[in-house]
Design a binder for this molecule. Structure first.
Ligand SMILES: Cc1ncc(COP(=O)(O)O)c(C=O)c1O
Length: 378
């Protein structure tokens, strides 16, 4: 059995095209056809109208480093996976392929909601809440979409509960696992049908690329359809981004495990010192949840994003400027710690909320930095 960190370094070995240990940056958009005319076929004559998977044609369909990245995701996510130009492109692909008439959705990354709003506007898609009454309205072919841990709170939802609800209606469950990617959480083990990630975050890990991935349970055939759709939606990952993501995946497990353990330490410090900070009202993170399902879903560590609520919108606006080691910026999952007054980008965010993403710095430095910033308001 090949283990997790080995998969990150070697799952794409069968796709090596050159002796270079590091796959070269490949910028070609188009690839020469076979020189032997006997190997040439009209696409309409091919089974399913599809080219053989190993034949590179045009980079909107596939390119060498994109295929390598996909081989790694197939292996670490454990189900057929398709890579996209962003997390939202992956969510758009999911909605386009499965074409649900009703989607039950709750608090989540606002961009996913905005995509559903486009489908509601254009096609009359019905959006439902997670209330029992609404979930009862789901029919076969519909979708429940959850995000766990959820953006921006970093708290967990019970995947098994939602999977049972969805399946009892013949609907599907999709889980956005961006905030706790494998090996922290594997939603397939708890009944998810589709798993989505913004690979821009932890998998990329260096705040220098946009990417997304969809993995579909037993989805060998669905993967082919998704790749066909992706070709015509024009949402394949770019050549250079695929190179960067491949580089990032090699060291991904070292980053995620450190970020996870550092975040737990920082949250623990803030929670146990809450009374010392006049402006600190509340901290939200899976590590502070008491429900037994949380630890079961996150057996190898919690996500590295949490939120703090402070006493006012003004404090939330000023606090980031007091910090030395946290950039005040959106996004998460990179090696550098970030803090965000979430109201800047999220129209649904509470205005006293600051979202914190823990990077790979020494956690003690991060604790001391947050401590001095919070104490400055006493
Ligand atoms: C939970 C979650 N899902 C999806 C996305 C969208 O990903 P991307 O920015 O790669 O399109 C984000 C972005 O922040 C996110 O936080």
């Amino acid at each position: 059995m090949t283990r997790f960190s080995t998969k990150l370094v070697h799952s794409d070995d069968p796709l090596n095209r050159v002796p270079d240990v590091v796959s070269p940056i490949n910028v070609a958009t188009t690839f020469r056809y076979p020189t032997d005319p006997n190997e040439l076929h009209a696409v309409a004559d091919l089974p399913d109208g599809r080219y053989p998977e190993d034949q590179l044609i045009y980079s909107r369909l596939a390119h060498p480093n994109g295929e390598k990245v996909e081989a790694i995701f197939d292996s670490i996510l454990g189900q057929p996976s398709v890579i996209y130009s962003s997390g939202l492109a992956a969510f758009y692909a999911l909605i386009t392929k499965f074409n649900p008439k009703r989607v039950a959705i709750g608090p989540c990354y606002h961009g996913c909601k905005k995509i559903l709003d486009i489908h509601t506007r254009n096609f009359g898609l019905v959006q439902l809440s997670y209330s029992e009454e609404d979930l009862d309205k789901l029919q076969a072919g519909d979708l429940i979409h959850i995000e766990t841990p959820v953006n921006p709170l970093g708290t967990s939802k019970d995947i098994k509960w939602f999977a049972e609800k969805a399946h009892s209606k013949g609907a599907l469950l999709s889980v956005d696992s961006t905030f706790a990617p494998v090996p922290l959480q594997d939603p397939f083990l708890f009944g998810a049908d589709i798993v989505l990630h913004s690979a821009t975050k932890y998998f990329g890990g260096h705040s220098d690329l946009l990417a997304g991935v969809l993995a579909v349970k037993s989805g060998e055939e669905i993967k082919k359809d998704l790749i066909d759709d992706r070709m015509y939606l024009g949402t394949n990952i770019g050549n250079f981004e695929a190179y960067l993501l491949l580089r990032s995946l090699r060291s991904y497990d070292l980053r995620i495990l450190k970020q996870s353990s550092s975040a737990e330490k920082v949250v623990k410090f803030l929670d146990s010192n809450k009374d010392r900070f006049k402006v600190l009202q509340k901290i939200t993170h899976s590590s502070l949840q008491q429900e037994p399902f949380v630890k079961e879903q996150l057996p190898n560590g919690f996500g590295a994003v949490f939120s703090i609520f402070v006493d006012s919108k003004e404090t939330a606006k000023y606090l980031p400027s007091k910090l030395k080691y946290f950039h005040h910026a959106t996004s998460l999952g990179g090696v550098e710690s970030l803090i965000e007054w979430r109201a800047v980008t999220d129209p649904y965010a509470d205005k006293s909320l600051l979202r914190v993403s823990i990077g790979t710095e020494d956690p003690q430095d991060l604790i001391e930095d947050l401590e001095q910033a919070l104490l400055s308001f006493n």
